[in-house]
Design a protein around this ligand. Sequence first.
Ligand SMILES: Cc1cc2nc3c(=O)[nH]c(=O)nc-3n(C[C@H](O)[C@H](O)[C@H](O)COP(=O)(O)OP(=O)(O)OC[C@H]3O[C@@H](n4cnc5c(N)ncnc54)[C@H](O)[C@@H]3O)c2cc1C
Length: 450
Amino acid sequence: MSELSADVVIIGSGLSGLVLGYRLQRLGLRVCVLEPSPQGPIFSVNQGGFLVERGLGDLLATPQVMNLLTELGLADQLVSATVKPVRYLWRQNRLQPVPDQISALLTTPLLTPLAKLRCLSEVFVKPGQTEETVTEFVTRRFGEEVAQIICAPIIQAVYGGDPGQLSAEAILKTCVAQERKHSSVLRAWLVGTKTVFTPTVSLSQGLQQLITTLILQLKQSFTPNQTVLRLQKLDRGYELLTTTGESLRTEVLVLATPAYSSGNLLKPLHAALARKLLSIYYPPLVTVALGYPQATLNHPLEGWGHLIPKGQGLNTLGGIWSSSLFPGRAPAGWHLITCLLGGAADPQAQELEEEDLVRAAHCDLQKIFKMRQEPRLIDCHRRPASLPQYCLGHPQKVAQIESGLQQMPGLFLCGNYLAGISPSEVIAQATGVAPRIHQYWLSQQRVPAF
Ligand SMILES: Cc1cc2nc3c(=O)[nH]c(=O)nc-3n(C[C@H](O)[C@H](O)[C@H](O)COP(=O)(O)OP(=O)(O)OC[C@H]3O[C@@H](n4cnc5c(N)ncnc54)[C@H](O)[C@@H]3O)c2cc1C
């Protein structure tokens, strides 16, 4: 048994575990962050002058994000999006801008005149009474065309998800709140309830810079090559068994692991809590990043990317125009496009050979941008379990998970399946949970040891 000189053990060094570890360290606690891989998560990859983000690669510049970056000395590394936040939809063999605000629904060529009239009648639609999926909510309020043509491709690409399964309350929080308060999303917009615009930023060397800096700050507290195999409940605290045969004891334990890992670890300790965690679905997702000389594309790529609705005969969910989004993502004269494949819509995609994945992505891009040249493959990355799906009932599931935790003193959960998947939401959650853990630890210092 190893004597652990840490006040809090955190299992998992994703963004959640690292930010939480750093925050607890700043509160004066000694932490130990256990991570199976040798170096922590890989967010960005440098290859031949290209910089690929394996996730979306962007951060919303919320106060928590800006505070963290400033504290870490990364503020001077910030880069802002260089193009307007326009996404394009591939429909009827051409790219058309996706309406970026509610008024644009009335002018977009993507919708028929009848669908636009249906949008206007949203003010007369009564508020819903029961929890709905994203598709049900949008169809009820704005009609089927908005749900199928505009909303579905966005949800498929951003969440890798199926809008017919995802919970409107979890995914479309603002719209659901506006419906509750004003009885209509359009009316909320008309009375001036505008969504506050938060700029999108990244770091000059990609989001990996954030990961590397957090690990540097954690110093010896970051413990790589350690997978936790088993947990045991003690009279006071928990015992952890790792694959290297080490056994560690701690009074305060945080599982900053994906819901399925947390569920497996908690099975022997709290079966009901484990079942809830294990029921959260993570579909597979593949990113294929391809480089092309700018001159070979028939489009300036001034925007954030393109989305591909189902039924267009293409293979991918869409592509992020990475070299347009932030500076320094491709050598001069080149474009970098990161295509997304798989997700809940096409989970079999991840079983394809790399060559077939690249071919599928390139064929789609060729159809859209008409280039003849073969691409330069920059990165092909498979994630067998990518992002947690906030399916119907997710908010209640999270409440049940939190209530299950009441029976496990000293145990905390932190992760992107609880309060939002985006890096900004993950940072906000870890920042919020740190003072609670600190309080708990302080309270334990007053309890005499056995
Ligand atoms: C590759 C990648 C792709 C992303 N894609 C998107 C995207 O498409 N859209 C978007 O908005 N955001 C994306 N993000 C960022 C987003 O913020 C993620 O939701 C966030 O990074 C998740 O962080 P997490 O710490 O909650 O979980 P994870 O990053 O999943 O971290 C969990 C950690 O737990 C460790 N772990 C698991 N089991 C054990 C065990 N038994 N013992 C010890 N450690 C264990 C894992 O090794 C891992 O490091 C992506 C991030 C990454 C790294």
